[in-house]
Design a protein around this ligand. Structure first.
Ligand code: XUL
Length: 552
């Protein structure tokens, strides 16, 4: 039987599966969307917003998504017995709180029943999982930075200064506001380690690349840091985190009898660590010299870089992550924005009657630079610059001193182009700071995520970044990265001698990754944008001042 590899992606808005053959050609895809398919949980775009910036998702919804996804795959004729290994990815930073009943419940799942009815609510000490959109932990962030000697000191240890969504501060807040739940927690999982736990029938360790998004791991050694652990959750947090983080592409064991009996999986099917959605995208799409622009619910800009000898400087507001397969020889530099696709959709709905075709026409009719108008849109409290919220419009004829405008003073047809320009200029203004001197020069911009299918957006990215834009044949990049991690774990477990991830990929059908150039920079637009970076920086500074957030 030809082996198959399953990659699962638990993103903000849905759970997706990609099944690939040994040559990495995709043979099946399925998806469950939370708002549409599991509407009884009442989520909006997969999340529930509470008070004080709290944003969570119901853990039971994720379990039910697993049940439904498996049902859909079976109905589509997937032969589960042919799956040799499983891996995947989850939205980064989100955390699941297991109760003391969790391990026995996971180990004794009844194959006649679904996951959600057996695990929810008893296996969890909190029924809601804080996710990456949460911004309720400002107090905990300051306390954590103070505990270790400041923001830069924390970045030196963990790869990032404190961020509201990072899991250490999330754990710290739960300990402060709900001590009973914290004490009733046997283990804390990331979304990415919650997922394989269900397959293994026991709680899985956390993976190194996703652990980099917690402010709890020492970024160079990829080991838990006791000082950070104590600051976030007291000494008892050490046991709740489980063993030291593990590298991607290793084997955690095989699927539990539940999966064999209920769905017909092979008892030899390997479960490999799952990683974060952004590292998984890097695994699927990045070759040396590529920059990745992931245009999903969040916008992320990712660079696979040689190991950094100096930690990221605070002013860059970037993150350094361990690489899932290539640590310690490579790391990932990342910029992450909360206001990505959803902010663009709001602009589309308000100014383009909810139609992408009209939106694109408006973008194409406006000139680069929108006749000296700039608009910055932050419907959710932003990550870069930290905490800013609202909409801000400027006239930029004097690039150093932007003049604030009311919305009514901006021609309404300019908004679709203005939001793209400011979102991309924010990234462009930070690239030099996050690209280490020993990196290969950037040659291609690979775009992925929902908005990467939009040709108008691709062309604007080519012009603004002055780079040729490529897309991959792989539509679901994160889930594909998961399938590759599954294949890597299987390859290492079955073939000797074991090679590197890159060696494994050299044996893979290039068609599966086929990169296609979809946009070439237009020299006139490139020139216009190179002059706008300074104006953008001045506008962003004005927004930070207007929000009273202080310097970044
Ligand atoms: C990365 C981040 C988001 C989530 C959801 O730091 O918060 O990109 O991973 O995609």
């Amino acid at each position: 039987m030809n082996p198959l590899f399953l990659g699962l992606d638990l993103s903000t808005q849905g759970l997706k599966a990609v099944l690939v053959q040994e040559d990495c050609a995709i043979v099946h895809e399925s998806a469950v969307y939370f708002d549409r398919d599991l509407s009884h949980y009442g989520t909006t775009n997969g999340a529930i917003r509470g008070l004080e910036g709290e944003v969570t998702s119901p853990v039971e919804m994720w379990l039910e998504a697993y049940d439904l996804l498996m049902t859909r795959m079976k109905a589509a004729g997937v032969d589960f017995s042919a799956i040799s290994a499983i891996s995947g990815d989850g939205q980064q930073h989100g955390s699941v709180y297991w109760s003391h009943d969790a391990e026995p419940l996971l180990a004794n799942l009844d194959a006649l029943k679904n996951l959600s009815s057996q695990l929810s609510p008893k296996a969890f000490s909190s029924q809601k999982a804080p996710i990456w959109q949460d911004s309720s932990t400002t107090r905990e962030c300051r306390e954590l930075e103070d505990a270790v000697g400041g923001a830069q000191a924390l970045a030196d240890i963990s790869g990032s200064r404190a961020y509201e969504r990072f899991t250490g501060s999330q754990i710290s807040r739960i300990r402060r506001i709900n001590r009973t739940a914290y004490d009733a927690t046997s283990r804390v999982s990331l979304v990415s380690s919650f997922m394989p736990s269900l397959f293994l029938g026991k709680i899985a360790p956390i993976e190194i690349s996703d652990a980099s998004g917690m402010n709890l791991m020492e970024i160079l050694s990829c080991k838990w840091d006791d000082e950070l652990i104590r600051a976030c959750g007291g000494p008892e947090l050490r046991a709740k985190l489980g063993p030291e983080p593990v590298a991607g592409g290793t084997s955690l064991g095989t699927v539990s009898p539940y999966w064999v009996e209920r769905w017909g999986f092979s008892p030899h099917c390997i479960v490999a660590p799952f990683t974060g959605d952004n590292p998984a995208t890097v695994v699927a799409l990045s070759f040396p010299g590529d920059a990745l622009l992931s245009l999903g619910t969040s916008t992320t800009y990712l660079l696979s870089i040689p190991p950094s000898l100096t930690p990221p400087k605070r002013f860059t507001t970037s993150h350094l992550l361990a690489h899932p397969t290539t640590a310690p020889d490579a790391q990932i530099a990342m910029l992450c924005y909360k206001n990505g696709a959803l902010a663009r959709e709001q602009v589309r709905d308000r100014y383009a009657d909810g139609h992408w075709s009209k939106y694109n026409d408006l973008v194409e009719t406006a000139p680069p630079g929108c006749n000296g108008h700039m608009g910055l849109y932050f419907p959710l409290p932003e990550i870069i610059p930290p905490g800013v919220k609202g909409e801000f419009f400027y006239q930029t004829s004097d690039p150093t001193t932007p003049l604030r405008l009311a919305e009514s003073e901006v021609p309404s047809g300019l908004h679709p182009r203005m939001i793209l320009e400011s979102q991309f200029l924010s990234i462009r203004s930070r690239i030099t700071a996050i690209l280490p001197a020993n990196s290969p020069p950037l040659s291609r911009l690979v775009v992925s995520g929902g908005s990467s299918g939009n040709q108008t957006i691709r062309q604007l990215a080519a012009d603004l970044f002055d780079m040729k834009v490529y897309i991959s044949a792989t539509k679901e990049a994160a889930a594909m990265g998961g399938a590759l991690l599954a294949r890597f774990a299987w390859w290492k477990a079955t073939e000797a001698p074991h090679g590197s991830f890159e060696e494994m990929c050299s044996g893979v059908d290039a068609e599966a990754f086929g990169m296609k150039c979809v946009a070439i920079p237009n020299p006139d637009a490139v020139l216009a944008y190179s002059k706008l970076v300074g104006s953008y920086v001045a506008c962003e500074g004005a927004v930070v001042d207007a929000c009273g957030m202080g310097g970044v």
